[in-house]
Ligand binder design. Structure first.
Ligand code: C2E
Ligand code: MG
Ligand code: MG
Ligand code: MG
Length: 290
């Protein structure tokens, strides 16, 4: 009886020392260790073709799985990672995970896409494109299945940004401007860069059907994106009324809690197959024209 008790005590003491020493680290130190230990995981939020309800892709959203098992949301560590340049290491892990976890469905269904978020440093260094290129080699995944989401926050230096965006598009990736409308000079960026898609920020979707001043701006963003021949994705759709409005405005794609929250990789793969089954021909109701 004594031996296992002693062992238990020893183990809990070692545990306490590890916990204690990690707790003494600065947030930056914690982040460094988290990256070294590859503690980052990716959740996938389905992206829906609004008209058909078909799942056409997912956005990869990083989370930090702490040693205590808790999961930290990106808003709490991405800013620090961006300031410190450590984001490059996180992006590497996100790309590796996305390709590993989604390889088989992406290689099977070339109409499916995964959107990856890039930060300013990612765009500046261009490293993400090299890492992606290597990961995609012999994977059976086509570059246009990878959507790269860039935000205005990421556009520090116009010339470097333009060069990276052009390189990404030349390699076949789909480039999306994320959180559109929340920055200071959204409009000028649409002129500066050639993009493939525009993601309308949740704050605009939130105002649909309200009498907020912003609600009158939303149709103009949609109209502008259309005249520039950009694909449109609406983010943060929570209500049927919002979805109906977007359908009426002929917005092609959307994501939000109305459809699904961000899911684990297995959760997303299940969602994808379930969604495919529901919209497959044998179960489809005949349309009015027969
Ligand atoms: P984002 O790129 O604008 O991602 C959309 C955020 O909105 C996600 O939060 C998503 O979970 C949330 N969302 C989606 N639909 C709904 C909805 O219907 N209602 C509500 N209330 N929220 C919804 P999340 O996962 O916390 O990510 C926050 C931000 O962190 C992202 O905003 C993105 O800017 C950043 N981020 C996430 N993953 C990465 C990454 O791998 N790399 C980089 N650089 N940034 C990332
Ligand atoms: Mg995004
Ligand atoms: Mg967004
Ligand atoms: Mg957003």
């Amino acid at each position: 009886v004594l031996f296992p008790l002693g062992l238990l005590l020893a183990i809990s003491m070692v545990g306490a020392v590890i916990l204690f020493s990690r707790r003494r680290l600065s947030p930056l130190g914690e982040l460094k260790i988290g990256i070294d230990r590859r503690e980052f995981i990716v959740h996938y939020q389905p992206i829906i073709e609004l008209k058909s309800g078909a799942c056409v892709g997912a956005e990869a959203l990083v989370r930090w799985q702490r040693p205590d098992g808790s999961i930290m949301r990106p808003d709490l560590f991405i800013p620090l990672a961006e300031e410190s340049g450590l984001i490059l290491g996180i992006t590497d892990q996100v790309i590796a995970l996305v390709i590993r976890e989604m390889k088989s469905i992406l290689a099977t269904d070339h109409n499916l896409h995964i959107a990856i978020n890039l930060s300013a440093s990612d765009i500046k260094s261009g490293r993400a494109l090299t890492v992606l290129g290597k990961a995609l080699l012999n994977s059976g995944i086509q570059p246009q299945q990878i959507w790269l989401e860039v935000t205005e926050r990421g556009f520090m230096d116009i010339d470097t940004t333009r060069a990276t965006i052009e390189r990404a598009r030349a390699l076949g990736y789909t480039v999306v401007i994320d959180d559109f409308g929340t920055g200071y000079s959204s409009l000028s960026y649409l002129q500066e860069f050639r993009l493939d898609a525009l993601k309308i920020d949740k704050s605009f979707i939130d105002t649909v059907g309200t009498d907020s001043v912003t609600s009158s701006v939303t149709p103009h963003i949609i109209g502008m994106a259309k005249s520039l021949k950009l694909k449109i994705v609406a983010e943060g759709i929570e209500t049927k009324a919002q979805a109906d409005y977007l359908l009426e405005q002929e917005v092609e794609y959307g994501q939000g809690w109305l459809y699904a929250k961000a899911l684990t990789s297995t959760g997303f793969i299940q969602y994808y197959w379930h969604n495919k089954l529901l919209s497959s021909p044998p179960n489809k109701k005949p349309d009015r024209n027969g």
